[in-house]
Design a protein around this ligand. Structure first.
Ligand code: BGP
Length: 483
C-alpha cells in the first residue's frame, strides 16, 4: 500500500455482464439462460423498485411463444458481434482490466450437459485474445445472473445439490481452456442477491415454497460449497489464478443515534456481510444462528462441507458499491427511500434519477470496514451512476453528472488507500451502455460509451464517446491523480 495514492499496478477498468451486454441469446450454440426470460416492464407499470422475478407460469407461456413482451437481455448491446470495436474503445481509454462474465449457457447449453459447446468456448477465446492484444487483463465472472434455464426447470436451480457438480464441470472446462489468458476470476456475482431475488441469483423459483428464505439460504449454501471447490480446482490448474468472491455491499447506517437504530443497522450489515464472512473466513458466523432459528431456516449440510469451506477461502474480496442505506426502528411510509435495497431517506445525500442515494464518503467507510474485517486485498468491481443521457445536435454527450459521481468516489478510494486499505483495482459498472439488471431498461445508462438503442431494442447500436470517455482516459493515464 502506498500512502500517497494508488499502487503502480492499480487495475483501472470497467465492468459488464454477458446477460446484459452480449446479446446473441440464441446464437453460437448457446442455450437459454434465466436472464432470457426477464421482460422489460415500463416504469409506470412497475410495482416495486425492480423487475427481476419470473414465475414458472410466465416461463411456460414464453416458451410456448405466447408472450408479446420485449426481452432486452436477449440482445443486450450486441457485444457478441462488436467485441473487437468495443475492446478497441476500452484500449483507447487505457484500460488495464476489463470485467466480463462467461455466459454459462454458452458453454453448457442445458447446464447439465457433459460435453461443452465448442462454439461458445471459441467465442471467449477470441475475446480474451483481443484483450491481450491491448494488454488488458480480463476479470471473469463465472456466474453473473445467468443460470442455464434447464437447471431452473429440471432442478429448481441451486436448491438442488447436484448443480454443484454441474458448476464444477463448467469451471474446470473454462479454467483449463483459458488458463494462459485469464488470471482474475470471480465465482458468483453479488451472491447475496439470492435472498432478494432467488431467481436472478440462483435460478430458483419460489412461488410454490412455504418458506422462500429457506430455499434462498439452501441455494446459497450450495453456491458457497461450489465456490470453495472452484477455488480448490483453480489452485490445482494454475497456482497463479486469483479467485475472488463478489458481494453487493449494502452499507447500512442507523437513521439516528437511538441505540435501537444502531442495533438494527448492525443486524442489516451482518445479514449482508454473512456472505463474505463465509467466503473469506471459511465458516458460518454464529450471529446467523438466531436469525436462522427465527426464520425457521434449516440448512442441509453434507459431511465435509465445513472442512471444504475452511480449506478453500478466497484470495480477494470484490464488491459492488452504488449507495449507502439508512435504517430506522421507527420506519414509516414517508421515510422510505428509493434505494433498490430499501431503507429510509438520508437527508445528507443526493439521489439518482432511480432513487439511489449517492454516498462517496460511504465508499471510504466501506473500504476501511471490509479491509479491517478480512485483511484480504479488495477490488471494487462495480460502481457508477445510472442516468438519462442526452445526445446533442452535434452528437456530443455532456455527462458531467457521471464524471462528478465517479470523481467523488475515486477521491474517497484514494483516501481509503491512504488509510491503509489494499485496493487491487476499480472497474466502473457498465463502461459501455448496456441493459439494466434490475429494470431491463436501456435508458438507465452507465457508460463512458453511448450505444444508440432504446428500451425496446430500436436503434443503430452505433457507439459514441461521451465526455466521461475522455475524462476517464486522463484518470487512468495519471493513475488517479488527474481527476
Ligand atoms: C448489480 C449487478 C450489475 C448491474 C448493477 C447496476 O446488481 O451486478 O449487473 O446491473 O447492479 O444495477 P442496474 O443495472 O439495475 O442499474
Amino acid at each position: 500500500m502506498s500512502t500517497n495514492g494508488f499502487r503502480k499496478d492499480f487495475l483501472w477498468g470497467g465492468a459488464t455482464a454477458a446477460n446484459q451486454y452480449e446479446g446473441a441469446y440464441n446464437e453460437g450454440g448457446k442455450g437459454l439462460s434465466t436472464a432470457d426470460m426477464v421482460k422489460f416492464v415500463p416504469k409506470e407499470e412497475r410495482t416495486g423498485g425492480h423487475a427481476l422475478d419470473v414465475t414458472k407460469e410466465e416461463i411456460k407461456e414464453i416458451l410456448e411463444g405466447k408472450s408479446t413482451a420485449t426481452f432486452p437481455k436477449r440482445f443486450g448491446t450486441d457485444f457478441y458481434h462488436r467485441y473487437k470495436e468495443d475492446i478497441a474503445l476500452l484500449a483507447e481509454m487505457g484500460f488495464k482490466v476489463f470485467r466480463i462474465s462467461i455466459n454459462w449457457a454458452r458453454i453448457f447449453p442445458n447446464g447439465d450437459d457433459t460435453e461443452p459447446n465448442e462454439e461458445g468456448l471459441a467465442f471467449y477465446d477470441k475475446v480474451f485474445d483481443e484483450c491481450m492484444k491491448f494488454g488488458i487483463e480480463p476479470l471473469v465472472t463465472l456466474s453473473h445472473y445467468e443460470t442455464p434455464l434447464g437447471l431452473t426447470l429440471n432442478y429448481n436451480g441451486w436448491t438442488d445439490r447436484r448443480v454443484i457438480d454441474f458448476f464444477l464441470n463448467y469451471a474446470e472446462t473454462v479454467f483449463k481452456r483459458y488458463k494462459d489468458k485469464v488470471k482474475y476470476w470471480l465465482t458468483f456475482n453479488e451472491i447475496n442477491i439470492v435472498t432478494m431475488s432467488p431467481y436472478t441469483g440462483a435460478g430458483v423459483l419460489t412461488e410454490d415454497a412455504e418458506n422462500s428464505l429457506q430455499l434462498s439460504y439452501q441455494a446459497a449454501h450450495h453456491q458457497f460449497v461450489a465456490s470453495a471447490l472452484t477455488t480448490k480446482l483453480a489452485r490445482e490448474i494454475n497456482p497463479k489464478f486469483q479467485i475472488g468472491c463478489m458481494l453487493a455491499r449494502s452499507t447500512f447506517y442507523p437513521e439516528t443515534n437511538n441505540p435501537e437504530d444502531v442495533l438494527l443497522a448492525q443486524h442489516e450489515n451482518q445479514l449482508n456481510l454473512f456472505f463474505t464472512d463465509v467466503h473469506a473466513r471459511g465458516e458460518y458466523p454464529s450471529y446467523m444462528n438466531r436469525y436462522f432459528e427465527e426464520k425457521d431456516i434449516h440448512i442441509q449440510k453434507e459431511r465435509g462441507d465445513d472442512e471444504i469451506l475452511k480449506a478453500y477461502t478466497v484470495d480477494f474480496i470484490s464488491f459492488s458499491y452504488y449507495m449507502s442505506l439508512s435504517v430506522s426502528s421507527q420506519e414509516n411510509e414517508a421515510k422510505v427511500s428509493g434505494n433498490l435495497f430499501g431503507g429510509v431517506k438520508n437527508e445528507y445525500l443526493e439521489t439518482s434519477d432511480w432513487g439511489w442515494q449517492i454516498d462517496p464518503v460511504g465508499l471510504r467507510y466501506t473500504l476501511n470496514d471490509l479491509y479491517s474485517r478480512y485483511q484480504k486485498p479488495l477490488f471494487i468491481v462495480e460502481n457508477g451512476l445510472g442516468a438519462y443521457d442526452k445526445v446533442e445536435e452535434d452528437g456530443s454527450i455532456h455527462d458531467d453528472y457521471r464524471i462528478d459521481y465517479l470523481r467523488k468516489h475515486i477521491e474517497q478510494m484514494k483516501e481509503a488507500v491512504k488509510d491503509g486499505v489494499d485496493l487491487l483495482g476499480y472497474t466502473s459498472w457498465g463502461c459501455i451502455d448496456l441493459v439494466s439488471a434490475s429494470t431491463s431498461e436501456m435508458s438507465k445508462r452507465y457508460g463512458f460509451v453511448y450505444v444508440d438503442q432504446d428500451d425496446f431494442g430500436n436503434g443503430s447500436l452505433d457507439r459514441s464517446r461521451k465526455d466521461s470517455f475522455y475524462w476517464y482516459k486522463k484518470v487512468i493515464e495519471s493513475n488517479g491523480e488527474d481527476l
